[in-house]
Design a protein around this ligand. Structure first.
Ligand code: NAD
Length: 486
């Protein structure tokens, strides 16, 4: 049974003594600057001088009186942002703006439980930055949701939206609860009370939530309905755009449910050939078989790729002949986890992480790949489906071993991209076909991948830093244009 501290701690790998795979040669991603036709003043043509950091992240931490805790996800995330910001030469005042969220909202609300007693719940909404547009980001229902984690995830949303060039800023929210332990009625009441508690802090042109871990289209439907009740002054149809990831029958977009998995597959198709991996023949393993992992698995099967191992909160399974992803989905829908799936054998976590594969895809929770897991991973590429699945120390081990990391803000940006499409469709009342959604999603993902490759070339850095650099360059340009009020 996988034991990552729910929400945010390293997966327990047991007594890790398995010898790590020998270092793979560092793959090289070529930069195709001529193919980046986004008309946006392409960043990173070769030969341009590389900006030198002026302030170390630690000096910004000191200035903002943040006492750095290396295990704090928010501090880790801000540090990565500041390193990249300094590499691109972002102005100091813009760095300190990005180093803290604009608003941190914390609410407590009582909910009537099925047995007649009232329970008090804690909810969060963090609005990190809206330089590029309304705050945007998911709602997580999880027992270990905390303010600093939500802050970190909000920062990632700012970066992601900028990297894929959707006109949104970054936000994130959540309720500290275990949705698996709530009845359907309790889940609905938690959602409605949470929505009413934050309804004056969000809005279709201001802050637009979406699904995340522990929430789904049904939760979005309850949220949208509650928001409509709370805002009688708004046209009911306009209120639909307050949240994305809704059911298609209620203003959702075709293709939204699979969007994050689809976007990840689009990134792999763009990146893998240059790493010498043929997606139609590749082997891969997955952590998580929920929305992101499940859709990634089913879509990769259609490409011909072979899933050989999966780990989730119920255990790990392996089949070197290939796991039937459609059958596994049926099993997970019925039992809520991969354990007990008949088309594969049970393995332990050490066997899971050390399974040789071409691509390793973490698509579950944050901070699961620490140095312990990173030493075991036997893959050429790690493609991050989850947000922040790798700790900075785990990251260093993977890089040192020559494993290419395709970072989360690039790989999982498909979800927010189709959320943006949903918002556009709600606002225009014109609805697109699934093919149109897929094609437009692909355009955003491919351009984001190329921006990242260009930034890597320009700043001579790893892929994660490059993705942040490409995102921050855009935010810096907008701040330069807007200035700072007054
Ligand atoms: P989900 O709730 O649908 O699935 C979560 C998966 O994680 C499940 O398979 C669960 O079994 C697994 N898991 C939970 N605890 C685990 C543990 N201790 N060890 C191993 N596996 C464990 O969530 P999701 O929507 O698929 O999100 C997964 C990740 O992707 C999160 O980091 C989320 O923030 C990120 N993400 C999601 C979307 C989206 O559109 N849903 C978009 C971008 C990023």
């Amino acid at each position: 049974m996988a034991k990552a501290k729910t929400g945010l701690a390293p997966a327990s790998g047991g007594n890790v003594s398995t010898r790590p795979a020998p270092p793979a040669p560092r793959p090289a991603i070529r930069v195709q600057s001529e193919s980046l036709h986004d008309g946006e003043g392409s960043p990173g043509t070769s030969g341009q001088p590389v900006a030198k950091p002026t302030h170390l992240p630690s000096s910004v931490f000191k200035e903002l009186e943040i006492v750095r805790d290396p295990s704090n996800l928010f501090h880790q995330t801000i540090e990565q942002v500041l390193i990249s910001a300094q590499l691109v030469g972002l102005k100091h005042h813009q760095q300190i703006i990005l180093a803290q969220p604009k608003n941190e909202i914390m609410v407590h609300f009582p909910v009537l439980m099925d047995d007649g007693h009232h329970k008090l719940f804690k909810g969060y909404r963090v609005q990190h930055n809206n330089a590029l547009g309304p705050y945007k980001g998911g709602l997580r229902y999880h027992p270990e949701v905390s303010l600093d984690d939500v802050k970190a995830l909000a920062v990632l949303m700012t970066m992601k939206c900028s990297l894929v060039r959707v006109p949104f800023g970054g936000g994130k929210g959540g309720v500290k609860c275990n949705p698996r332990e709530l009845s359907r009625d309790e889940l609905m009441r938690v959602t409605r009370r949470f929505c009413s508690a934050i309804s004056n802090q969000i809005g279709p042109n201001y802050d637009i939530p979406a699904p995340d871990v522990g929430t789904n289209a049904q939760v979005m439907a309850w949220f949208a309905d509650t928001y409509a009740q709370m805002t009688p002054e708004l046209n009911r149809n306009d209120t639909l755009a307050v949240i994305t990831g809704k059911p298609v029958e209620m203003g959702g977009s075709l293709g939204r449910e699979k969007a994050t998995g689809q976007g990840l597959v689009d990134i792999l198709k763009e990146m893998l050939p240059e790493l010498g991996i043929d997606i139609t023949k590749m082997t891969y393993s997955l952590i998580g078989f929920g929305n992101v992992g499940g859709w990634t698995g089913r879509l990769l099967s259609k490409c011909g790729a072979k899933l050989v191992a999966v780990l989730d909160h119920t255990g790990a399974i392996n089949n070197d002949q290939g796991i039937d992803t459609a059958a596994l989905s049926v099993h997970v829908d019925k039992t809520s986890g991969v354990a007990g799936f008949r088309g594969a054998e049970a393995i332990d976590e050490i066997q899971f992480y050390s399974r040789p594969v071409d691509v390793f895809i973490p698509a579950a929770l944050e901070q699961m790949i620490t140095p312990k897991q990173a030493k075991l991973i036997n893959a050429k590429v790690v493609a991050e489906g989850a947000n922040a699945p790798t700790t900075p120390e785990g990251d260093a081990v993977l890089l040192q071993r020559g494993i290419e990391i395709l970072p989360a803000i690039l790989c999982n940006a498909g979800g927010v991209t189709v959320s943006y499409f949903e918002w556009v469709q709600n606002k225009s009342s014109v609805y697109w076909t699934a093919d149109v959604v897929d094609e437009r999603l692909n355009n955003h993902m491919v351009m984001a991948a190329r921006r990242t490759k260009l930034a890597r070339h320009k700043y001579e850095c790893d892929m994660r830093t490059a993705a942040y650099c490409a995102a921050i360059e855009q935010i810096g340009k907008v701040y330069d244009l807007r200035g700072v009020f007054p």
